[in-house]
Ligand binder design. Structure first.
Ligand code: URA
Length: 320
């Protein structure tokens, strides 16, 4: 073993021994080269490398002490995507009527195939002035992913830290839960279409990894895109994931508990409302809550004439 690798091993060992406290999700680490405003570059590099190594070994959480926590906080800050430069004072004020007209007018994607039309929408979304002029959304646009011929379109609320980094919806913790739901249904991300009601991460003061829900105004500014996506794909059904997406699509402030269990409609297409996958992440999400989401999915599967096994019918039922 060379001196350098021995030293590295020693530093890793030191870090390991000094991790008696708090749990942080190591999978939150970005893929970019490490840099931190708190720890030295070398300190940060060792810590990040070590956590990545654990991540590759399948470890999802590690306890960290205060010092490591401070280094990581600095790292997240230094590597966080930049907030919106277009603050309300930085841009020329948009007359509200012009923004309202742009939001109300249907978008006209170019191209002949669905793929081309979605690509044209994506390009328009990048510089969508009604969203930018609000000054409350960040600059990076996160469009949708999936199959342009999908029978189901899932709509979430807005990208978070992870989604903004990877420019893809539902790739963080909630995304993992969402993927598990798809797998249980016998589907993959490539077979469905996954979008958000708001295409930009809502901004916060001193934002690092923290996220917030989009406001009505923010959703309203992005709604033409969701409408156009659905117009192109023409799915057999839509799923609103959580109350925020349901509010944006149905203009209703009812609770999910109230809206789920029956069919609604968006642009003439049948729509179901279910709980947001992050609702199931809380450790206290009990079996009956999981079953409610699963009942909603079974209902969709029946609607789409998908095969359903006895095993699938029994998921999340209490053991007899
Ligand atoms: N939550 C959402 O609603 N959408 C995402 O893309 C990620 C988390």
């Amino acid at each position: 073993m060379s001196d350098a690798s021995r030293h590295r091993k020693y530093k890793e060992q030191q870090l390991l021994e000094s991790f008696p406290l708090l749990k942080i999700p190591s999978r939150r680490l970005a893929r970019d080269p490490p840099a931190s405003s708190t720890g030295s570059v070398a300190q940060t590099a060792v810590l990040i490398d070590y956590l990545r190594q654990l991540e590759r070994q399948g470890v999802t959480h590690v306890p960290v002490d205060e010092e490591a926590r401070a280094i990581l906080r600095g790292y997240f800050k230094a590597n966080a995507p930049q907030p919106s430069r277009s603050s309300p004072t930085a841009t020329a004020p948009q007359p509200a009527a012009a923004v309202a007209a742009a939001v109300a007018a249907p978008l006209t994607p170019t191209g002949t195939t669905r793929t081309e039309q979605l690509a044209s929408l994506r390009a328009q979304a990048e510089t969508w002035e009604p969203a930018r002029s609000l000054g409350t959304l960040r600059d990076t646009m996160v469009f949708a992913v999936g199959n342009p011929e999908a029978p189901i379109v899932f709509v979430g609320e807005a990208p978070g830290y992870e989604e903004e980094l990877r420019r893809e919806p539902f790739v963080g913790k909630a995304g993992e839960k969402f993927n598990a739901i798809l797998v249980a249904m016998g589907l993959s991300r490539e077979e469905v279409y996954i979008s958000n009601i708001c295409k930009f991460r809502p901004s916060l003061k001193n934002q690092t990894t923290n996220n917030r829900k989009p406001t009505r105004e923010e959703m309203h500014a992005c709604l033409p895109f969701v409408r156009a996506e659905i117009g192109i794909i023409k799915p057999k059904c839509i799923v609103a994931l959580g109350a925020t997406a349901a509010e944006g699509l149905l203009d209703s402030t009812e609770t999910v508990g109230h809206m789920r269990g029956s069919w609604h409609e968006f642009e003439g297409i049948p729509l179901r409302v279910t709980y947001h996958p992050s609702y199931l992440l809380h450790s206290d999400a009990a079996l009956p809550e999981k079953r409610k989401v699963w009942d909603d999915m079974l209902c969709l599967m029946e609607f789409l004439d998908m095969p359903i096994s006895e095993k699938q019918r029994g998921y999340f039922l209490p053991k007899r």
